[in-house]
Design a protein around this ligand. Structure first.
Ligand code: 2M8
Length: 272
């Protein structure tokens, strides 16, 4: 079993970023050596802190599928195509941050509209927009591959997407923020790449992939796993994820995550 999971609104509650209800399940998964792989809009620096807090040790995917970080201590896995990045093997799909910033400037020109990226926002602005505590704001602002910007209200998602694509970038449009990422990046691509490498390492194993997400920016990930699970918000599943026949967890946030993962594991006779 390989478990791919979004963080905000999925493993972490959307309002208070808590994860306590999922801790017992996470601990059991670690004991059973079942990898839990974050797949998130967050930065490496943000994910490093969360991994440490919740005891995750496996690979993780950051900035909307811009990069996969594989801890070098996982010596047993040989990952070609990667480069060394501190304590990790890095597989980069996206641009670097300077390129993402240039892309945002081009987008602002093409839309003839000033746009505010994370680098243009003060720490106080980001705190106000996200509710993240100050030390986490710093980590959210330390981007390496992509730039989130405040979604402009006077354009449709389609208009933003079409303009961005013409400029040679991709955009993941969210309610609050949109994320400018490289054309080769994406949660689906990064997850597929990582599944392939786990499979290459264990060619005879039947690897079953589970994905958990709560928003349309998780679609690409949910589409490439065998068992996609939607974590609903307080008012139910996000409208962008409805009518796909996918399993919906019985609660929102970390409680829903824990319930759903426990149920899936039990269905494979892994008793949590
Ligand atoms: C941003 O990401 C969220 C989704 O996770 C969003 O687009 O609303 C990112 O900047 C991320 O780094 C940050 O932690 C998060 C905080 O809510 O906002």
């Amino acid at each position: 079993l390989l478990i791919f999971t979004d963080l905000d609104g999925t493993l972490l509650n959307s309002d208070d970023y808590r994860y306590d209800a999922a801790l017992p399940v996470l601990k059991q998964l670690q004991d059973l050596k079942i990898p839990v792989i974050p797949v998130t809009s967050k930065t490496r620096s943000e994910v490093e802190v969360i991994r440490e807090q919740i005891g995750l040790t496996d690979a993780f995917i950051v900035e909307n599928g811009s990069a996969v970080f594989i801890p070098i201590s996982e010596q047993n896995l040989a990952f070609p195509q990667t480069q060394n990045w501190g304590d990790y093997d890095l597989m980069q799909f996206g641009f670097n941050y300077t390129e993402a910033r240039q892309g945002l400037q081009k987008l602002a020109e093409a839309l003839n509209q000033p746009l505010k990226g994370f680098a243009d926002l003060s720490e106080a602005d980001v705190h106000q927009l996200t509710g993240l505590p100050p030390e986490d704001v710093k980590r959210a602002k330390s981007r390496e591959f992509s730039e989130p910007f405040v979604t402009p209200k006077n354009f449709t998602s389609l208009e933003i997407e079409q303009t961005v694509n013409k400029l040679g970038f991709q955009v993941v449009v969210g309610d609050r923020f949109s994320h400018l990422i490289g054309q080769e990046a994406g949660k689906g691509k990064a997850v597929q790449w990582l599944i392939q490498h786990y499979q290459n390492h264990q060619p005879h194993a039947k690897i079953i992939t589970v994905g958990l997400g709560n928003s349309p920016n998780d679609l690409a990930m949910l589409e490439v796993v065998e068992i996609p699970i939607i974590i609903p918000g307080h008012k139910g599943p996000h409208p962008g994820l409805e009518n796909r026949g996918w399993k919906v967890a019985t609660a929102s946030g970390c409680q829903g995550w824990a319930n759903a993962v426990r149920e899936i594991c039990n269905s494979f006779k892994i008793n949590l």
